[in-house]
Design a protein around this ligand. Structure first.
Ligand code: ATP
Ligand code: MG
Length: 421
């Protein structure tokens, strides 16, 4: 009997894990500079939170959720995205009573029952951020620039920022009607999903990836022509800030996003090097969601980065090797073995990765082991070395060798002492 991880769920192990850790460290660093605090929400929530937060008529809620009944008979769901949980927490913990803006970020697994393929998994990681309490476009600009800085700090370049505004409760109905009028006569020719979207949320037809639908919707009304004065001013304000900071972006009038809760600004970051699954991050403003969750009216905006997709891009541009210890301590005889263990511990205490051979073996086999671990140096201690107080070191890469006092090994390998002189 051999066990395997579930389809669409992957183990992340060395050497890849180092790319993940580096990206997470870069993100945490940038979040800190922008005043975002980490939050860790449960991965399992009451199902209604996602239905309410994401919207009944979305791909996620209609067909992608891991929903089941727990032993207490409650319907629970593994989170498919982060925003609904963050908003639930924001309202539950009364974070709106704290001085705005409240800025939160998270890093963690999401679950969607999708068809696994390149760049698409059933368990995947997102790094996300949400800022509550500011309606002004300067917050939209800050969020977009922070996202750009995170991606840059992670080592990515050549990404395209696509931006749109999808209006608000005041102007969306007119735009919706314009779309209904446009699609109306031809709707039977669209895919079955789009035919359903026509009734439920015609904006989402603009998001359909089916080639025939893309063709049919050429020339559909552009949302920018329907924005109310408030939405228009907001959008123009945002673009003006981005322009003055030299942030490059593309206006994409079809960028409507798959989630129902967005208002005004929506954005997506894409890469041309990823094939079909080219979105590496996406986000937008959601000024009504906190109210929907029973909190006071609170404007908010956020984004989520798809970790697997940026790790894929980063792995293309760097070669990953295994990590190797700095020192391998080889010993001969039980007295030396004890001394060797002390040295290994002292090296570790001094911040150096040190390994030992665990149990007795010939010097030859210990050095072979040192070589296999990729250690930079071998340190050899036998009877003679114990008596003289001097251990032998060997540079495993460059071939040099020499002596070092047993009681100063930790300083020798951790400090500035040069071994190549
Ligand atoms: P897509 O159009 O690719 O399905 P989406 O609109 O469903 O994306 P969001 O909900 O906006 O995606 O999630 C933000 C980011 O999370 C995406 O841009 C993507 O990088 C990543 N992501 C979403 N779904 C998956 C998945 N199943 N596997 C891996 N990454 C994903
Ligand atoms: Mg999706």
């Amino acid at each position: 009997m051999k066990y395997a991880a579930l389809k669409g769920m992957e183990d992340i192990i060395a050497p890849d894990i180092e790319v993940w850790q580096a990206v997470e460290a870069a993100a945490r660093d940038i979040f800190g500079r922008y005043g975002f605090q980490e939050m860790r929400a449960p991965v399992l929530e009451s199902t209604d939170i996602f239905i309410r937060g994401i919207g009944q008529q979305t791909d996620i809620v209609e067909k992608e959720m891991y929903t089941f009944t727990d032993k207490g008979g409650r319907s629970v769901t593994l989170r498919p995205e982060g925003t609904a949980s963050v908003v639930r927490c924001f309202v539950e913990k009364n974070l709106h009573t704290l001085p705005p803006p409240q800025k939160l970020y998270y890093i963690g697994q999401m679950y969607r029952y999708e068809r696994p393929q390149k760049g698409r998994f059933r368990q995947f990681y997102q790094i996300g951020a949400e800022a509550f309490g500011v309606a002004a476009p300067s917050m939209d600009a800050e969020i977009i620039m922070m996202l750009s800085n995170i991606l840059q700090a992670a080592g990515l370049s050549g990404l395209n920022f696509e931006i749109n505004s999808i209006g608000c409760a005041a102007c969306r109905p007119q735009y919706r009607q314009a779309l209904l009028d446009f699609f109306g006569g031809m709707i039977n020719e669209y895919c079955p999903d789009c035919q359903r979207r026509y009734e439920a949320n015609p904006l989402r037809i603009l998001d359909c990836k089916v080639p025939r639908c893309i063709e049919l919707r050429q020339g559909s009304p552009a949302v920018k022509d329907y924005l109310c004065a408030d939405c228009r001013t907001h959008f123009e304000g945002l673009l003006a800030i981005l322009d003055s900071f030299g942030v490059s972006y593309t206006l994409n009038p079809n960028l409507v996003r798959g989630l129902d809760y967005y208002t005004k600004t929506t954005f997506e970051v894409t890469s041309e090097h990823l094939g079909a699954q080219k979105a590496v991050a996406a986000g937008g403003r959601y000024d009504r969601l906190v109210e929907e969750f029973g909190g006071p009216a609170t404007p908010a905006i956020g984004f989520a980065i798809g970790m697997e997709r940026i790790v894929t891009l980063l792995k293309e541009s760097q070669t990953l090797g295994p990590k190797t210890p700095k020192v391998f301590v080889a010993t001969l005889g039980s007295a030396a073995e004890m001394e060797g263990m002390k040295i290994v511990e002292a090296l570790r205490a001094a911040g150096v990765w040190a390994e030992q051979s665990y149990g007795s073996a010939s010097l030859k086999s210990q050095l072979r082991k040192a070589d296999r671990t990729g250690a930079e140096f071998a340190l050899i201690i036998g009877e003679n070395e114990l008596n003289s107080g001097m251990a032998q070191w060997k540079d495993m890469k460059k071939g040099g060798q020499g002596e070092v006092a047993i009681n100063s090994v930790a300083g020798f390998f951790s400090g500035g002492i040069r071994t190549d002189e």
